[in-house]
Design a protein around this ligand. Structure first.
Ligand SMILES: *Cc1c(COP(=O)(O)O)cnc(C)c1O
Length: 415
C-alpha cells in the first residue's frame, strides 16, 4: 500500500471530499485508548474516575464520545463549560480547573449545576464560599497542590518550581487558611487533593513520587478524601518518545496508591486521573497540500497550506513531529527538507528537518499525532481559516467541525 489510510479510508478520498488543511481523527484509536485507560484504572479498594482533560481537544462530538464511555470531564474556562453544557455532558461529572477563574465564570458554572471545583488558591476558596452561600448550593472543592515535583519526558525534579503559578504548597499559610475556610463553611465540602506534575511524562517514578506526597498529606485528616493525580501521560510524536503502555501504567498507579495507603493505615474515597493529550494525540493526523517547493543555499523547503495557525506547538515550544507524503509511502525518502507553513513568521515551521520523497506541488502531506493541542490552540492569525475536523471509522467519515469561511472572520466585527 503506497497510500496512507485512516479509519480504512485512503487519505486522497478525504482530501477530495473535505480539502486541506484537515484534522482527521481515527475514532477507533480514540476508543481503544479510552478503553485501555478504563481497563487499567480500577481498584477493589476505592472508586476510580478518569476525567478527560478537554482542553487538549474539545468539540461537542468529542465530548459525546467521552460521555459514551462514562468518563468525567475537566474544563478550564467558561467557554469549555459552555461547550460541555451544549454537548449535554452530565454536569455532576464536570470538574472545573483554572488558576484565575473569574467571578462570571464561577457564577455561570454554578448556575448551570456544576459542583466540582479544583481551587487553585486561597482567594478562590473565599469566593467559592461566598458564592455557595449566595446560591445556597453545596460545592465540592478539591485543593490543587503544588507537590514540588515537576515532570517532563525522562526527568523529574523534586523540590523544584515552588513558585509555580499553579497550586499551593500544602505547608503554606495560604493552603491551611483555604482548608480552614472549607472546614468552617456550611456549603463547601472538601473533596480532596489534586496535583498535576507536568506533560509528556515517560517515567513511572515521577507519578509514584507524586502519590507518596499526596498520600502523606492525608495523615492530617480523619475524613475519607479523594485524590486526583492529574494528567500528563506521554505520547509518541517521534521515535525519540517512548510512552508508557497505558493500561499497565495506570494499573500501577492504582496498586501503588493502594499500597501507600495501606502503609499509612488510610483509605480514600476515589482516585482520579486527568489524561488529555494521551487520549486524543495519536488519534489525530493533519493533512496538508504541498504548495511551492523552494531551495535556498542550505535548505530545501516544502511549503504546506497551513502551519502555526493549525499547529502552533513547533513554534511555541519546538515540538517535533513526524510526517509522510501520504500517497508516496513506498517512495525513497531521498530529500532532506524543512516543512514550513504559509504564515508570515519565520518561526512558522511544521517540521524543522525530516527526510521525505521527492515531492510535487499538490502532494498530500500527513503530519502524525496532531490530535492534542492542535485544533484547540488554533488561531486566525493572517486571517487563516480554521480547518475542518473529521472523524473516521470503518470506512465512514463524518464532519465534526466545518471549515471556517471568510464570513466567519468578520462575525464578531461591528460593521
Ligand atoms: C493540561 C492539564 C491536564 C492534561 O494534561 P495532558 O498532558 O494533556 O494529559 C490535566 N490536568 C490539568 C490540571 C491540566 O492543566
Amino acid at each position: 500500500m503506497s497510500e496512507l489510510m485512516i479509519g480504512e479510508i485512503p487519505v486522497s478520498q478525504l482530501v477530495a471530499k473535505y480539502q486541506t488543511p484537515l484534522y482527521v481523527y481515527d475514532e477507533k484509536k480514540l476508543e481503544d485508548t479510552i478503553k485501555a485507560f478504563k481497563q487499567g484504572f480500577q481498584s477493589d479498594h476505592f472508586k476510580t474516575k478518569i476525567l478527560y482533560a478537554s482542553k487538549a481537544f474539545q468539540t461537542v462530538e468529542m465530548l459525546k464520545l467521552i460521555e459514551k464511555y462514562d468518563l468525567g470531564l475537566d474544563v478550564v474556562s467558561g467557554g469549555e463549560t459552555y461547550t460541555a453544557l451544549r454537548a449535554e455532558f452530565p454536569v455532576e461529572e464536570i470538574y472545573f480547573h483554572g488558576n484565575n477563574k473569574t467571578p462570571d465564570e464561577l457564577r455561570f458554572a454554578i448556575e448551570n449545576g456544576l459542583n466540582h471545583f479544583i481551587a487553585d488558591n486561597e482567594m478562590e476558596v473565599e469566593l467559592l464560599d461566598a458564592l455557595s452561600q449566595e446560591y445556597n448550593k453545596k460545592i465540592h472543592v478539591m485543593i490543587r497542590l503544588n507537590v514540588g515535583i515537576e515532570a517532563h519526558t525522562h526527568e523529574y525534579i523534586v523540590t523544584a518550581h515552588i513558585d509555580s503559578k499553579f497550586g499551593m504548597l500544602y505547608e503554606s499559610e495560604a493552603c491551611q487558611k483555604a482548608l480552614n475556610i472549607i472546614q468552617d463553611s456550611e456549603q463547601l465540602l472538601l473533596e480532596g487533593f489534586h496535583a498535576h506534575i507536568g506533560s509528556q511524562i515517560f517515567e513511572m517514578s515521577a507519578w509514584l513520587a507524586e502519590i507518596d506526597k499526596l498520600v502523606s498529606y492525608l495523615q492530617d485528616f480523619d475524613d475519607v478524601l479523594s485524590l486526583n493525580l492529574g494528567g500528563g501521560f506521554g505520547i509518541r510524536y517521534t521515535e525519540n518518545d517512548a510512552p508508557l503502555p497505558i493500561e499497565k501504567s495506570v494499573q500501577e498507579l492504582v496498586s501503588y496508591t493502594e499500597e501507600a495507603l495501606k502503609k499509612q493505615g488510610q483509605t480514600i474515597q476515589q482516585l482520579m486521573i486527568e489524561p488529555g493529550r494521551s487520549i486524543v494525540g495519536e488519534a489525530g493526523t493533519t493533512l496538508y497540500t504541498v504548495g511551492f517547493i523552494k531551495e535556498t543555499p542550505h535548505k530545501k523547503y516544502y511549503f504546506v497550506d497551513g502551519g502555526m495557525t493549525d499547529n502552533i506547538r513547533p513554534a511555541l515550544y519546538q515540538a517535533e513531529y513526524t510526517c509522510d507524503l501520504a500517497t508516496k509511502l513506498q517512495s525513497e525518502k531521498s530529500e532532506k527538507v524543512t516543512v514550513a507553513g504559509k504564515m508570515c513568521e519565520s518561526g512558522d515551521v511544521v517540521i524543522q528537518e525530516t527526510y521525505l520523497p521527492v515531492a510535487e506541488s499538490g502532494d498530500i502531506l500527513a503530519v502524525y499525532a496532531t490530535g492534542a493541542y492542535g485544533y484547540s490552540m488554533s488561531s486566525n492569525y493572517n486571517r487563516a481559516l480554521t480547518p475542518a475536523v473529521v472523524f473516521v471509522k470503518d470506512g465512514v467519515s463524518k464532519i465534526v467541525v466545518r471549515r471556517q469561511s471568510y464570513t466567519d472572520l468578520l462575525r464578531s466585527e461591528v460593521l
